[in-house]
Ligand binder design. Structure first.
Ligand code: ATP
Ligand code: MEV
Ligand code: MG
Length: 401
């Protein structure tokens, strides 16, 4: 019998300022959490069923634990199937067979289900019996649009299952609305979320799940996470072109291009790295000396340069070109954020940007058919919630299924 009977968890989405794709190849990325979150409700039940409801992607599935247990038959020794840092490829193979998902699939539902089942089976692999669970996930983030929806999902799943298994504590006391885990526990959540990302993405750098876990403004370089404490308050517009794309395919497209034209692409990755370094230095100067027009002009140049680099990498899209042209006609600079190929872009607003310009740009982008809104950045990473601290509309959705 598990002690944790239910829990509510949330994790934020993210925006990458600079370094998407380059970060997969060992370069620096600068990323920040968003005020849009994914929420999960887990209940431990006395039944022998595991059910998952994913209303964002219209997926509602249920399995008897007796059909799941045999999938762990290859984990014979203590500790097997439990590595938070190494993917159990045999389990992934068996799960693909079990769910009839082919190796190259990028199907939205299949990826979400595979990531969930993989984490569930690994986390409970040493339990005598697999527990009955009911899990529902709902996100404020657009799915598959560059704002880290896959990472927020993987972080929530990993935090909830590890808490239910009591591998990590339930951090919430009775008087608290929200609570976070210790750094060590967060590291474990992050490691398991990376496994989920690996199943969804194929070859993630780890930056997205790091932001979903730790929150705030981060510098990410080859697995090393450094919180950026000296950053100014930035105003950013987020635009969703609503052009669907898959991070998995885009990441592998960039890899193929690097393999085909290494002498062309490697200098581009190095240039993106330099963009991230200059951006980091500029942000630190703005925070310590006060932000000047020159600082903003540098940030705008870096956005334009990086957008061109991302086009060279092959992850642009005509919708993103249109978006950049529309904002530039109003003097505002934009670049894609996340994997590109459609999805979302960020536009930098400066202290000089007048409010009527912001209104006009938003209106114009909406008329094209895009979603556009001003976002707030730097939200907290993964959280455990009391039911009363889950926004009412989200609580209603989570408890409906
Ligand atoms: N709310 C959700 N419910 C279920 N599955 C989700 C949810 N959000 C994301 N996913 C899973 O994540 C996949 C989308 O991941 P993908 O990496 O392609 O996009 P993203 O994470 O939104 O963008 P990026 O990786 O560029 O930041 C979906 O296909 C689905 O499998
Ligand atoms: C495209 C990419 O760099 C960012 C996706 O948000 C992939 C990754 O870092 O895993
Ligand atoms: Mg993703």
């Amino acid at each position: 019998m598990l002690c944790v009977q239910e829990c509510f968890i949330s994790a934020p989405g993210k925006s990458i300022l600079h370094g998407e794709h380059a970060v997969v190849h060992g370069k620096v990325a600068l990323a920040v959490s968003l005020n849009l979150r994914t929420y999960l409700w887990l209940q431990v039940t006395s039944s022998s069923e595991v059910s998952i409801s994913l209303p964002n992607i219209d997926t509602f599935l249920c399995w008897n634990t007796s059909v799941l247990k045999p999938l762990l038959s290859h984990c014979t020794g203590v500790g097997e199937c439990r590595s938070s840092t190494e993917l159990d490829t045999e389990l992934v193979r068996k799960l693909r067979e079990f769910t009839a998902v082919s190796d190259g699939s990028t199907d939205t539902r299949s990826m979400a289900v595979l990531a969930f089942l993989y984490t569930y089976l690994c986390v409970f692999s040493q339990s005598e019996i697999l527990p009955g669970l009911k899990v529902c996930v709902w996100s404020e983030l657009p799915t598959g649009a560059g704002l880290g929806s896959s990472a927020a999902y993987s972080v929530c799943v990993s935090a909830a299952l590890l808490t239910a298994r009591e591998t990590i504590r339930s951090p919430l006391t009775q008087s608290q609305e929200t609570a976070r885990w210790s750094d060590e526990e967060l590291e474990l959540i992050n490691n398991w979320a990376f496994q989920g990302e690996t199943i969804i993405h194929g070859n993630p750098s780890g930056v997205d799940n790091a932001v979903g876990t730790w929150g705030g403004f981060l510098r990410y370089h080859a697995g090393k996470i450094t919180p950026l404490n000296r950053v100014p308050t930035l105003r950013i517009l987020l635009t969703n072109t609503k052009v669907p794309r898959s991070t998995k395919l885009l990441v592998s497209r960039v890899k193929d291009r690097i393999t085909q034209y290494p002498s062309v692409l490697i200098p581009v990755l190095e240039s993106v790295d330099a963009v991230s370094h200059i951006c980091e230095r500029t942000l630190a100067e703005m925070a310590t000396e006060g932000a000047s027009a020159k600082h903003y002009s540098t940030l705008e140049d870096l956005i334009d340069i990086n957008q061109q680099h991302l086009n060279v990498m092959g992850v642009g899209h005509t919708s993103l070109n249109t978006l950049c042209q529309v904002t530039l006609a109003h003097g505002l600079h934009s670049k894609l954020t996340g994997a590109g190929g459609g999805g979302c872009a960020i536009t930098l607003l400066t202290p000089e940007t007048e409010e009527h310009v912001v209104r006009d740009v938003i209106e114009e982008l909406k008329q094209i058919g895009f979603d556009c809104w001003e976002t707030s950045i730097g939200a907290l990473g993964v959280l455990m919630h009391s039911p009363t601290s889950v926004p009412h509309n989200i609580l209603q959705i989570l408890t409906k299924y």
